[in-house]
Design a protein around this ligand. Structure first.
Ligand SMILES: Cc1cc2nc3c(=O)[nH]c(=O)nc-3n(C[C@H](O)[C@H](O)[C@H](O)COP(=O)(O)O)c2cc1C
Length: 331
């Protein structure tokens, strides 16, 4: 009997299951990307804000750990517009050390597309709204990621964001008409075999998984943040710009950020205007909490899938569980 988890994605990258590790800034380092690649997923290093030293170190580590598994790297596109040195370094690697794919999210991918294509590397574009699709296709994306607002980390805010359940099949229909060779990944809320099976049912070729793989042994997330996540259910996250203000991250509108809605977040929700005007005191409180590992004020970046996360095992165990459960559901 054919494998129910075999898709265009697994065939293209030689994967054991249709899962891609999300390129989570500062969490998806070499250890996690390498473990995911070894475990049969496509492991994307979280190049995030484009720090050259970090990307060089973590991508090199991932290569050492990945065996023959498939690797790539992701970047935040609007940050590349300011400094693309980490992407340049990656694309300048010798042919046998190049990534299989580069993922770009949150901005216009077209200025970078030609160089990525010339290096023979697939482009993965993450989108949050239908209107962003023509740009991704024009950039020559091999894979489009449809990210729902359930996702952990950055995404579209409440006015503009879409829910995974209706967004993914709508994107699948659009691609079927306009770009049938483009692969589709679902992102946002996919954390076990049920949700992976659902993503395939919705017409995706696989899933981009962030939060569930963030809560693993190899993830670079702080242990206190992971512990808080295992004790938080899916009601316990929120989207807002609060942690971006506290971290001095100048994200362009209309993006905001989903994380655990901790005590400091709840307090600042009631005074957003004054936080924007006078962030200094809240920043000092936040920075002290980060230094102390106090997650009643420091942030833990997970999405609504946190309600499906009860432990922090090795990444390979998470992938195996997802594959086993999805196969049972799909049969
Ligand atoms: C800790 C964390 C950091 C993230 N950082 C990035 C990033 O740097 N670039 C990016 O494209 N997406 C980033 N994302 C979003 C993911 O690409 C993905 O859309 C999301 O994790 C999927 O939803 P899920 O968290 O429910 O699995 C991040 C997500 C998390 C949880």
């Amino acid at each position: 009997m054919s494998d129910r988890l075999a898709t265009r994605l697994t065939r293209r990258y030689g994967l054991a299951l249709p899962v891609v590790l999300a390129p989570m800034a500062l969490a998806a380092g070499g250890a996690l990307a390498g473990a995911c690649a070894r475990g049969g997923a496509l492991g994307l290093v979280g190049g995030g804000y484009g720090d050259l030293d970090w990307t060089r170190r973590e991508y090199t580590l991932a290569r050492q750990l990945a065996g023959s598994g498939a690797l790539g790297c992701g970047f935040i596109t609007w940050k590349l517009d300011q400094d693309a040195s980490a992407l340049d370094w990656l694309l300048d690697q010798p042919a046998d050390q190049l990534p299989r794919a580069v993922m770009l999210s949150f901005g216009d991918p077209r200025p970078y597309a030609a160089r990525i294509a010339r290096a023979g590397i697939d482009l993965i574009c993450q989108v949050q709204r239908l209107q962003q699709l023509p740009q991704a296709i024009e950039a020559g994306a091999t894979v489009v990621v449809a990210q729902g607002a359930e996702a952990g980390g950055h995404g579209m805010n409440a006015l503009n964001g879409r829910a995974t359940l209706s967004f993914v099949p709508e994107v699948a229909d659009w691609l079927a008409t306009h770009a049938p060779d483009t692969l589709l990944l679902a992102a946002g809320g996919i954390a076990d075999g049920r949700t992976l099976a659902a993503a395939l049912m919705l017409g995706a070729d696989g899933a981009l998984v962030g939060s569930r793989l963030w809560a693993t042994r190899e993830s670079l997330a702080a242990e206190g943040a992971k512990r808080q996540a295992t004790q938080t259910n899916g009601d316990g996250t929120a989207r807002s710009g609060i942690f971006d203000i506290l971290r001095r991250k100048n994200w362009p509108a209309p993006y905001d950020f989903r994380a655990i809605r901790n005590d400091l977040h709840r307090r600042l929700e009631l005074q957003l205007d004054s936080l924007r005007a006078h962030p200094e005191a809240a920043r000092a409180e936040y920075e002290a909490a980060v230094a102390a590992g106090d997650y009643s004020a420091a942030h833990a970046t997970v999405g609504e899938a946190v309600g499906l996360i009860n432990d922090c095992p090795p990444a390979q165990a998470v992938l195996q569980r997802m594959a086993d459960q999805a196969r049972v559901r799909l049969s």
